[in-house]
Design a protein around this ligand. Structure first.
Ligand code: MTE
Length: 321
């Protein structure tokens, strides 16, 4: 494969590999993250299911009082159809995914395109910690401490041109690594898309880790999207390709059931899915006795309206669901 570096990164901005690696190792021990330091003597295997003190309504949208989902629940109750359609299938089957070596193809309406080894693709940017609520259209939600790089910072380096209006994302589709691909549950590869301004919004995250460790395979190793104001299915996993496009890209769930899943898929309690109300949700909150916590109201844009609602001003959100 012909791998190259984005040619617009001054070498002074490229983090030396050993610094980057040692930071990741520290994060693996839960030491590089102020959030995880709060875990006290609990190891990263066993993060506390407690509310973490953080400024309410901070730029990452964290709400005071949110309780973290446990790592155990976040890694055993998954949607990743490439490994099967049951919630437990990804944890059972995803060991066959090889997240390293990994490269990402960047194509379409941009000045810099090509195939990039993942470290070259991400390296100049510092990983950040973000606690995000993620709500699934099925009516459950989680609160996850992610590590990753703001998507917009990464995309800007490829210098999208004036025709670029959308960004399309594609997951790996390798039947040797992904047994679910042999079943036509969706049209493979899994695809998702964002409007360019959504992709550039500071909340959009390219996640590389969770709970201070590299992403587990079942959560989309080594690179996934997290778009916290949209339903969970927009957060595409194990990304191998990113294209800047002029036209709205095809997305897997919209292609499979256009009446149920729109392109935008912003969390919206006022627009029900044909099979599930979107008025309320139940957190997978790490309560020892039961998987789901009590029902709570779902907030517009999943509680991130202050950060994102202005992007949709003047749009009829019933039509553009
Ligand atoms: N990405 C791929 N490639 N394949 C999938 O089946 N499922 C989506 C999304 N990303 C999916 C995917 C759905 S429906 C949800 S709710 C989230 O991943 C779940 O992410 P989690 O398992 O980390 O909670």
């Amino acid at each position: 494969m012909n791998e190259r570096q984005p040619d617009d990164i001054p070498s002074s901005q490229i983090t030396p590999e050993h610094v980057y690696r040692s930071r990741r190792q520290l994060m693996g021990l839960g030491l590089a993250s102020p959030l995880l330091a709060l875990a006290g003597c609990a190891g990263p295997e066993d993060p506390p299911a407690v509310a973490v003190a953080r400024k309410p309504d901070s730029t990452d949208g964290f709400l005071a009082g949110d309780e973290l989902t446990t790592l155990q629940d976040a890694t055993s109750y998954n949607n990743f159809y490439e490994f099967g359609t049951d919630k437990g299938d990804p944890a059972r089957n995803a060991a066959s995914l090889k997240p390293s070596p990994w490269s990402v193809v960047v194509g379409g309406e941009a000045e810099v395109t090509g195939t990039f080894a993942i470290d070259d693709f991400l390296k100049p940017h510092a990983e950040q910690d973000r606690i995000y609520r993620l709500r699934c259209v099925e009516g459950w939600s989680m609160v996850i401490p992610w590590q990753g790089v703001p998507l917009g910072e990464v995309l800007r380096r490829f210098r999208p041109n004036s025709r670029a209006k959308y960004v399309a994302f594609t997951t790996l589709a390798d039947p040797d690594q992904m047994p679910g691909i042999r079943v036509p549950a969706l049209e493979w590869p899994y695809r998702e898309g964002l409007r360019l301004d959504e992709a550039m919004n500071p909340l959009s995250l390219l996640a590389t880790g969770m709970y201070g460790k590299p992403l587990p395979n079942q959560n989309g190793a080594p690179l996934r999207l997290v778009v916290p104001w949209k339903y969970g299915f927009k957060s595409i996993k194990s990304i191998v390709r990113i294209d800047f496009t002029e036209q709205m890209p095809v997305t897997s769930w919209n292609q499979s059931q256009p009446g149920e899943y729109g392109f935008y898929s912003n969390v919206n309690p006022d627009v029900d899915h044909p099979r599930w109300s979107q008025r309320s949700e139940r957190r997978i909150a790490g309560t020892a006795s039961k998987l789901f916590a009590d029902r709570i109201p779902t907030l517009p844009f999943n509680g991130y309206a202050a950060q994102v609602a202005s992007m949709y001003q003047g749009m009829d959100l019933r039509r553009w669901f």
